[in-house]
Design a protein around this ligand. Structure first.
Ligand code: 5CA
Length: 435
């Protein structure tokens, strides 16, 4: 992307309405624009980051055996009457009528719809187990939308739904998602800790929230330091095998949100092991047995011919919230510091003197060689402005090309995460960026 032609509305001033750093930076770096309370348009830079996050979520869901579908945003109220949640959900649900006066709603979640779709197909125990997921916009009319995309009204969620013949099968499906979540967040450079959680309006009796520690988090959490030292990517899960040892490795240490906190158990931990902090919920998984399959009439024929009501679970990830959470965890005073895996662009090429033929030619070559995964700052702007914007936008690498260096075949390579700088040849710079 050439900055001279990019739609990148960066702001010099700090927007007054933004209370937390990720919201400020997302507005200042031109990632998002609010269009109504809690509703955002994703601009080129933000949209690319969102797609990177989405793709990691997708790859780990696929790896764990879930299958991607796409269900609509609009749902019929009738489905929700069957489960009994239409009235229970309350004012957070956006209700509308179509031209025939039929009651509709903008989906806040999809348990009813997926159970209905799956039920039309599933007839026998051979149709189980299955896990279906989608990545789709949800609407929840939050009383207090705030912190930008962290608590929006319209937001992008990955929601998966598992169907099993037995409770033991459902527990295995739950563990598959538990382990997939550990990997998903770790790949984004986040330390997300699974914590026993309350089930709220989804229902059920087993649930974990995945929480990353951040000062601006909305929940108070209590965690054993041992969990912060674990590396999920060091575990190589066999999703068809026994995942219980991996899950136990995480759940045997103390980790709880305020609602589930057990002060007596907490006090028993050695002082040095106790970490109490604020956290951001980036994922939430639920096992709820037949809470939806029963009222919605989902049943299959078991191996012995008897009718079986499938056991279900649902598994959510806040995809758009994650973009904010990643920035909350990776920034400094100058701007965003994108982890490589989710950066909208891998590198920025800064041409410090557009019009200088050596600079133009070298920058042109570097930009072409980085294909479309780079931003080319070819604007007619002061060097200081280019440095500031590159730091603000947070590209993992900056290749800085000035006239003297260009003439001598040297560039400066800056790593945004650490601030390290090296003077290198253009070839070495490309090698390090691509390597
Ligand atoms: N049906 C279940 C699991 S699929 C469900 O809806 N769970 S949830 O309510 O916990 O939402 C899943 C995830 O969506 C949360 O962990 C959170 O990361 C994200 N989320 C929830 N509400 C919002 C919101 N208002 N803005 C941004 N993200 C949200």
């Amino acid at each position: 992307m050439r900055l001279s032609r990019a739609f990148l509305p960066t702001l010099k001033e700090t927007p007054a309405e933004a209370q937390i750093v990720s919201h400020r930076l997302m507005l200042r770096a031109g990632l998002i624009r609010q269009t109504a309370a809690g509703i955002y348009a994703w601009l080129p830079l933000g949209w690319r980051a969102l797609q990177k996050v989405e793709q990691i979520v997708r790859e780990e869901q696929d790896r764990a055996g879930a299958q991607e579908v796409l269900m609509p945003t609009m749902q019929s109220a009738d489905l929700w009457r069957q489960s009994g949640r239409y009235d229970a959900y309350g004012p957070e649900m956006l209700r509308l009528k179509d031209r025939h006066e039929r009651e509709m709603l903008f989906g806040p979640t999809n348990e009813e719809m997926v159970t209905d779709i799956f039920g039309q197909f599933a007839k026998s125990y051979r149709d189980l187990p299955r896990n279906l997921y989608h990545i789709q916009w949800k609407f929840r009319d939050e009383v207090r939308p705030r912190f930008g995309v962290m608590r929006g009204r319209e937001f992008l969620m990955k929601d998966a739904y598992s169907f099993d013949l037995t409770k033991a099968g459902a527990e295995h499906s739950y563990r598959q998602m538990f382990v997939a979540y550990l990997r998903t967040f770790a790949r984004m450079g986040l330390k997300a800790i699974p914590m026993r959680a309350d089930t709220g309006p989804i229902g059920g009796d087993l649930s974990h929230e995945f929480i990353i520690l951040a000062e601006t988090g909305e929940s108070q959490v209590f965690v054993s330091r041992k969990l912060l030292e674990k590396d999920p990517l060091a575990e190589a899960p066999d999703y068809d095998g026994d995942l219980a040892p991996i899950v136990e490795g995480w759940t045997s240490h103390y980790a709880a949100t305020e609602e589930m906190h057990d002060a007596a158990a907490w006090e028993k931990l050695p002082e040095a092991e106790r970490v109490s902090a604020r956290g951001i919920e980036v994922g939430h998984i639920f096992y709820f047995g037949t809470r939806y399959s029963q009222p919605m009439g989902l049943s299959v024929q078991g191996p012995d011919g008897a009718t079986v009501v499938p056991e279900m679970g649902s598994y959510g990830i806040g995809v758009s919230r994650l973009v904010g959470a990643i920035i909350e965890a990776n920034h400094d005073e100058a701007g965003i510091k994108w982890p490589d895996a989710v950066a909208p662009f891998r590198a920025a090429v800064l041409n410090l003197k557009p019009g200088d033929s050596a600079c133009d030619s070298l920058c042109g070559q570097l930009y072409a060689s980085l294909a479309h995964d780079a931003v080319y700052d070819d604007r007619d702007e002061r060097a200081g402005r280019k440095f500031a914007d590159a730091d603000l936008m947070g590209h993992p690498w900056q290749v800085i090309v000035g006239p003297k260096g260009a003439a001598a075949g040297r560039v400066e390579l800056k790593r945004r995460m650490t601030g390290e700088r090296h003077e290198v040849s253009p070839e070495d710079a490309l090698g390090m960026i691509k390597g």
